[in-house]
Ligand binder design. Structure first.
Ligand SMILES: Nc1ncnc2c1ncn2[C@@H]1O[C@H](COP(=O)(O)OP(=O)(O)O)[C@@H](O)[C@H]1O
Ligand SMILES: [Mg+2]
Length: 271
């Protein structure tokens, strides 16, 4: 764990993004139709296999920034590059997970996961490879044997496991996750956080995880970006190099939590 002050900032512009960069946002600004700016001049880069947490209070613009980076919203200024190419629509090598699992209730678990491979622009996959991907993803999230279960039969945690499997089956370079565990109870949430870290390492994916939960960010992130109030910017950045499982190093976790809390207080009071 190292505070931002002692780390070189790793903001790369879209133009200068290295081969190791999956996603680069360059000087992004955004305003909703009513005209008030949500964020301005935000630049960030996510490297291959890196878990980046975007942390900030409710309403500071985290979801809007994630949606802009994911190609679901168009920025007022700036640009997004995915694997070095300008990108203004959801990229086939990206996948999304939201707070609600958003499973199709008329499809069973396996069909919901398979559905993730049917998006437009998804590279064509041979039937055999498709079935292998579906089976592997379902097993990886711990739902082997539940392939024929209906969404209505699943707990909230199991539904989120299906959503995660649906995303992983696409073998994404980058997973966008917006508060994916915040509707779950504390024990299930902790299980899912550990599962996310394990799976994205195994799938070699990078992650942009939006959260308002400092502890979640500390437990999963390789890097934490703190977003402040409107018009928002990224105020601070921490590189987290505490080995997993991080709960084991209580002193390092506590020191990082205090550092983030202090910065959060500064960014919300404008100090
Ligand atoms: N569709 C919308 N139209 C207008 N304003 C919106 C819309 N969605 C969100 N906002 C506003 O933009 C700001 C940022 O929202 P959001 O990105 O959802 O924040 P966060 O995810 O950090 O809670 C909030 O003030 C919110 O009220
Ligand atoms: Mg949000």
């Amino acid at each position: 764990m190292t505070p931002a002050a002692s780390q070189p900032r790793t903001l790369e512009t879209a133009a200068s993004a290295s081969a190791e960069t999956v996603l680069a946002g360059d000087s992004l600004s955004f305003a909703y139709a009513d005209g008030s700016p949500v964020f301005s001049e935000v630049s960030l880069a996510i490297r291959r296999r890196e878990i980046v947490c975007l942390l900030g209070g409710s309403g500071c613009g985290k979801s809007t920034l994630l949606r802009t980076l994911a190609g679901l919203e168009r920025p007022a200024a700036g640009q997004v590059a995915f694997l070095g190419q300008p990108c203004s629509a959801p990229h086939p090598r990206s996948a999304l997970v939201f707070q609600q699992a958003s499973l199709l209730p008329w499809l069973n678990v396996a069909d919901n996961v398979r559905f993730g491979l049917d998006f437009r622009h998804q590279p064509r996959i041979a039937a055999e490879a498709r079935e292998r991907r579906v089976a592997e993803a379902i097993t990886a999230v711990g739902l082997a044997g539940r392939e024929r279960a209906w969404p209505a039969e699943l707990s909230g945690g199991q539904a989120q496991r299906v959503a995660l499997a649906r995303a992983l089956a696409r073998e994404p370079e980058l997973l966008f996750a917006d508060e994916p565990f915040s509707a779950l109870d504390a024990i299930t949430r902790a299980e899912m956080q550990a599962l996310l870290v394990e799976l994205v390492h195994r799938w070699h994916a990078a992650v942009l995880l939006v959260t308002h939960d400092i502890d979640e960010a500390i437990l999963v992130a390789d890097r934490i970006l703190l977003m402040g109030s409107r018009p928002s910017r990224i105020h601070r950045e921490w590189t987290v190099d505490i080995p997993h499982p991080r709960e084991a190093d209580a002193a390092a976790v506590t020191a990082l939590r205090l550092s983030i809390l202090g910065a959060l207080r500064e960014s919300t009071t404008g100090a």
